[in-house]
Design a protein around this ligand. Structure first.
Ligand SMILES: [Zn+2]
Length: 373
């Protein structure tokens, strides 16, 4: 046992000595013996291919691509990909790596990716290309855009009036959220208006049949299919998704996410009055005594249609209750407490003086007084 340890220690020392005698040398992008040229090919929404042309007579032992996706997060995570290459090395060759979005999920149009390459030759010289950036754009359309108060709206189908109409919806939504919850957009967001749900689904990997709009909160982006023929639905859906971006900016933190009922409730509230279909579900559940508890609505909603409708309707109602009964300052305070990473019970206790179970009781009494006589 002792001997083995000693041997291991000696081996380790040898490795350390070898390392210290043979340091990796950082070279500029090109020298006489080697030159590198990087390029990138965007195929929205499916993939990005990064290529590196290498011209060298030296033997290479390691090639890596490094990239960072720009988004609102608490740590900038650098991804590192070791790229394979043919042996023996050719004097001139191109290596590449294809980022298949089906393996990671969709990125919204306009996402910026910074990247650079490193190459190490057998003499441990390290070459690093300059940091470059690529915008992952949906270039399949002639996008026009308008900007107002932190919102840039991109569209390609329909006249200017169509776009200003939708922009007005966005501004009204921000106003309503600000007045009733104190929530606002802290940083700019991008909204892409596709001409139909079909066109939208072409712009997403793994789109579901029913996908009409999608929010990418940490990227500050929305993609949605709206035309003149479905404006009423479009306005509601746009307000709903925009509110998700606002809520994310107001509450995101490295520790906790917020309860689903609060997130969806604010988005439902942002749409305007609860639609009759939803209200019918709410009323029936209140009268029939089968309301889903606030505690259960903290987790992702059931995919079953009836339960899903009821979950959204209840979320609206809980948020509406908190705003009606306690006002704007309190719900704004709730969002602020969540931003600090509070647990659900502690956040409610701090702001309203009761926990989730207490909220469930208060809200069910409130809803029963309205619907059950
Ligand atoms: Zn939602």
């Amino acid at each position: 046992m002792k001997m083995i340890r000693k041997t291991a220690l000696i081996l380790l020392s040898l490795v350390l000595i070898a390392l210290s005698f043979n340091p990796v040398q950082v070279q500029s992008k090109s020298d006489n013996a080697a030159s590198f040229n990087d390029s990138v090919n965007v195929s929205f929404p499916g993939s990005i291919t990064f290529n590196l042309d290498i011209d060298t007579e030296r033997q290479i032992k390691d090639i890596r691509l490094h990239y960072i996706v720009e988004r609102e997060s608490f740590t900038d995570v650098t991804q590192e990909i070791t790229v394979g290459f043919p042996m023996p090395i050719q004097p001139e060759m191109t290596v590449g790596w294809k980022w298949d979005m089906r393996t990671t999920g969709s990125l919204p149009s306009g996402t910026i990716i910074q990247y650079w390459w490193t190459v190490i030759d057998i003499e441990n010289n390290l070459y690093r290309t300059e940091t470059a950036s690529v915008s992952f754009d949906d270039s399949g359309y002639n996008w026009k855009n308008i900007t107002q108060n932190n919102i840039t709206l991109y569209w390609y189908s329909g006249d200017d009036g169509f776009a200003t109409d939708l922009m007005q919806t966005c501004q009204d939504t921000l106003l309503r959220l600000g007045e009733d919850t104190g929530a606002y957009l802290e940083s700019p967001v991008r909204i892409y208006i596709y001409s139909s749900s079909y066109a939208l689904r072409e712009a997403i990997v793994f789109a579901k049949e029913w996908t009409g709009g999608v929010a990418y909160p940490s990227y500050g982006a929305i993609a949605i299919g709206i035309s003149r023929s479905n404006m009423e639905w479009g306005r509601r859906a746009l307000s709903h998704e925009l509110a998700h971006l606002v809520t994310y900016q107001m509450t995101s933190n490295p520790y906790n996410s917020i309860p689903v009922w609060l997130n969806e409730g604010i988005s439902m509230y942002a749409e305007g009055e609860l639609e009759a279909d939803y209200e019918n579900y709410l009323k029936a559940a209140a009268v029939g005594g089968y309301l889903i508890s606030v505690q259960s609505l903290c987790s992702p909603f059931s995919a079953y249609s009836d339960k899903s409708y009821l979950s959204y309707a209840e979320s609206y109602s809980i948020v509406d209750f908190l705003i009606e009964k306690y006002g704007q300052q309190k719900i704004h305070q709730l969002l602020t407490v969540f931003k600090a990473g509070s647990t659900y019970d502690n956040a409610l206790l701090e702001v309203y003086g009761y926990d989730l179970a207490g909220l469930n009781k208060q809200w069910q009494d409130y809803i029963s007084a309205i619907y059950v006589s």
